[in-house]
Design a protein around this ligand. Structure first.
Ligand code: ADP
Ligand code: MG
Length: 230
């Protein structure tokens, strides 16, 4: 009976995931189809064709982003943990996320110590977690004047503390309580998967997340990892 129950739960989860993936991919596909049809109807209008092709490209890129978020959560977490230098990883993140920040007109400020700050984790998973938090912070600042995302790392009382701070739209109490719940998203094209995945990865390696936020002021996430002496 227990096995049967577990199977049922699995199938229920699978059908949830399938439904929400289909829903999210269908929207951009419908848009692309519509604009391709418009191009087809009047291919000689080069100005409109160029404009519509730009929209199609954006929608396809959005589809790709949605699929990669789903792909990230589809892989089971590994327990092959190794020494990961978070200080070094933040420098990589600065380079990786800069184009996204520039695109949203947001300043990305990364302060890392010169010494290494090691934790035990799977490097790919931690990278994805950082991308998720930084992406959210940049997106929160997208419509703000002088948007700024600030990352800092320190070692305090035998723990590695990573702070991700932004001066974006912020959150109210109700929104903060729902953080990490699957599919919770306030964005028109959000998946609500990024933080669910990230919290899971962090908790699995014995870390914690705390959040401080105020609507129209900004948000501060603090991630605390068990620090690994070398
Ligand atoms: P998504 O980004 O697809 O919406 P996430 O799981 O990454 O899903 O985030 C869930 C929700 O948490 C977001 O939709 C947003 O409402 C809120 N959130 C997360 N980070 C921030 C932030 N830095 N500032 C404001 N809101 C945030
Ligand atoms: Mg997100």
């Amino acid at each position: 009976i227990f096995i049967k129950h577990a199977q049922n739960e699995k199938i229920e989860t699978m059908s949830h995931v399938a439904a929400s993936l289909a829903h999210e991919v269908r929207n951009p596909l419908t848009a692309v189809k519509g604009f391709l049809r418009l191009i087809q109807e009047n291919p000689s209008d080069t100005i409109k064709t160029t404009q519509y092709m730009g929209i199609c490209m954006e929608e396809i890129q959005r589809t790709e982003a949605i699929l990669s978020e789903y792909l990230a959560i589809s892989k089971p977490l590994t327990n092959r943990h190794e020494l990961v230098n978070v200080a070094e990883l933040l420098k990589v993140m600065r380079a990786v996320m800069s184009p996204f920040a520039i695109l949203h007109n947001v300043e990305l400020d990364v302060r890392t110590p010169d010494t290494s700050v090691n934790i035990m984790a799977n490097p790919d998973e931690i990278k994805q977690v950082l991308v998720n938090f930084i992406k959210n912070a940049i997106e929160a600042c997208a419509d703000v004047r002088r948007g700024r995302v600030f990352l800092s790392l320190s070692v305090e009382e035998g723990k590695a503390v990573l702070v991700i701070k932004d001066n974006g739209i912020g959150m109210d109490e109700g929104q903060m309580k729902r953080l990490g719940s699957i599919y919770f998203s306030t964005k028109s094209s959000g998946t609500g998967l990024g933080l669910t995945y990230s919290y899971h990865v962090i908790h699995t390696i014995g870390g914690t997340v705390s959040v401080n936020s105020k609507p129209n002021v900004g948000t501060k996430f603090s991630i605390i990892f068990p620090y690994q002496e070398q």
